[in-house]
Design a protein around this ligand. Structure first.
Ligand code: CTP
Ligand code: MG
Length: 210
């Protein structure tokens, strides 16, 4: 997607015919990796604010334990997906209006709409898969599960997107220097998640600071 430096900065040097990206370019790719993932990051916080009511598992148990638990509700799911998709659509329209370079984009309008929806949905499906695993391990709702709590929605969001939009994910998170975007996600998302949860906890919106 960005082999010749045409897509973003032109500061990279060409060595033996291969463009060597400059630090600035790599930084931009890292920032774009987080930015493009915002539609998958917002749903979690939105679910905290909008959630409540009927649980997704309707209170049912499996082998004596709740399937998902009271922390996963329909309102949280729909509210979270709607919030992530709305933010994503605003980003799609803004980058389109600004004619932004490809690293900041989801493709054309139709692909953009599909992508941001799938990202938001995937993130909350991943969050529910995480809760499913926690219940199977006998962990109570809200009990701390390191790694799982910080990455379930990353794996869900990026995984479902990779399944449905493989070439977009490859060009923005995997191929060549764009792998820096994936590394940025893996490093910064847990920190961001933790920070947002501490804020939510302090505001009294969240029961635990993780
Ligand atoms: N939430 C919701 N519906 C969802 C996801 C989250 O209503 N699909 C709300 C719940 O109020 C939940 C809060 O957001 O308690 C925080 O989400 P999370 O930390 O993922 O859930 P936990 O309460 O920690 O439960 P679990 O142990 O199942 O992860
Ligand atoms: Mg939790």
């Amino acid at each position: 997607m960005f082999p010749n430096g045409e897509e973003f900065g032109r500061s990279g040097k060409v060595i033996y015919g291969v463009r060597n990206p400059a630090i600035m370019d790599l930084l931009l790719i890292a920032v774009s990796g987080i930015y493009l993932f915002l539609p998958a990051l917002l749903p979690n916080s939105a679910a905290v604010l909008l959630g409540g009511g009927t649980p997704v598992d309707f209170g049912r148990t499996w082998r004596g334990k709740r399937i998902l638990g009271d922390g996963k509700t329909w309102r949280g799911l729909f509210g979270g997906v709607a919030a992530g998709t709305a933010l994503g659509m605003a980003m799609v329209l803004a980058t389109d209006a600004l004619d932004s370079p490809d690293i900041w984009r989801y493709g054309d309008l139709a692909q953009g709409a599909g992508l941001v929806f799938v990202m938001a949905l995937g993130a909350l499906l991943g969050d529910m898969a995480g809760a499913f695993i926690k219940r199977r391990l006998g962990m109570e709702r809200g009990q701390k599960a390191p790694v799982l709590d910080q990455y379930d929605f990353v794996v869900g969001g990026l995984g479902l997107t990779a399944l449905l939009y493989p070439s977009w994910v490859a060009s923005h998170y995997i191929d060549g220097e764009s792998i820096v975007a994936l590394l940025a996600l893996l490093v910064f998302v847990p920190l961001l998640h933790r920070l947002v949860n501490i804020i939510g906890f302090k505001l009294g919106k969240k029961k635990e600071p993780w």
